[in-house]
Design a protein around this ligand. Sequence first.
Ligand code: GLA
Length: 442
Amino acid sequence: MKLLPVIFLLALTAATSALDNGLMRTPPMGWMSWERFRCNVNCENDPKNCISENLFRDMADRLAEDGWKEMGYDHVMIDDCWSSMLRDKDGRLQPDPQRFPGGIAKLARYLHDRGLKLGIYGDLGTHTCGGYPGTTLDKIETDAQTFASWGVDFLKLDGCYSNEEDQQKGYPLMSKALNATGRPIGYSCSWPAYRGGLPPSVNYTLLGEICNLWRNYDDIQDSWNSVQDITDWFFDNQEILQPEAGPGRWNDPDMLIIGNFGLSVDQSRSQMALWAIMAAPLIMSNNLRTLSSEARAILQNRAAIAINQDPMGVQGRRLLQERSLIEVYWRPLSQSASALVFLSRRQDMPYQYHTSLAKLNYTAGSYEAYDVFTGKTLSGLSATTEFTVSINPSGVVMWYVYPKMHYEDPQDDGRYPYIRQKYRMSSSLHFHKPRVVPPSLL
Ligand code: GLA
């Protein structure tokens, strides 16, 4: 028996750790209906805000016309309550005829014409969480085919009204069924959220092989409390969760609620900063028609997005929880850069936090720090330089840190290629190619 090819094949299989559809090599970005618009189906009284094709077309227009698409926000995702209460005569899901008179395929075309992608929602169970028809095991193939035939690009598969056994079978089956359609369809699995989010009930190795992202924990609500509850859970469990994320496979702490009613400007920056550190999907659920300029500036912050979308795709960690209620978060980035977030959990006044990069485990060397929300650059930092940041209550200071290096290659102008070119940051910002090894904290 020829053993070598077998060993080679086995090695290949082992190396394929993410869902092999080539999608979502960086965390997905876009807009989703649920947190802001819920299951509002009352189009008679509330035509602008009910779950209907108009709402999704409107949001697509905003993404395409207000600079979002260029920043990477390219998905419009329909959440629950889009379908008719009945399947059609062939057993296929169909949209509610009053609210989606043009049908989903037409809506998908509308989006595709604008360079956007369409996401849809299903539920592995008898019913969706909102009580609409679910996708029982016998309907998985039909529904995957239906979504593909409509030109859908993404599926969120929820888990209400299903049991452990059905989930065990159904989530992998849907992954296969989506693949079998031949259409690349991003796949979000709510499975772990229904099993407590942690091993041994949750098998993250398997999830990484069958899903592009997964909801691990409770639904976000429109409040700072909810953001704190979610981030605490994710970082309290970082030893388990952090290694599971990577290109094509992401933990999902749920939607961005920036621009709604529950967060102050500081808290909005905090959500953006922490989602960037977590390599979380940046899926807004807000009203893009009436966003304040502050909310827009935070959601379209180029450096925060570039950090979130870093191609290395390593999720960050909480480094410190100080007795002063200051917390420090860190994420390693490509090109030997890194992101630091100083978060205040205090409720009194801005806090002056003193530290140094060395205290945060950075190796000796000289660094620069770009302040993500003020746009100022701090240069001449050595690892041991003591510095002070002033952090507002429930606010953050967020830094993009990079080693300041001498140029070794005369052809190399020292500019940091990814963050500058993709997000066209201001030319006052100079990124230098690293000469030595980056901060090594993991
Ligand atoms: C669950 C999900 C939410 C949303 C609703 C829809 O609660 O976790 O994100 O999809 O169902 O009913």
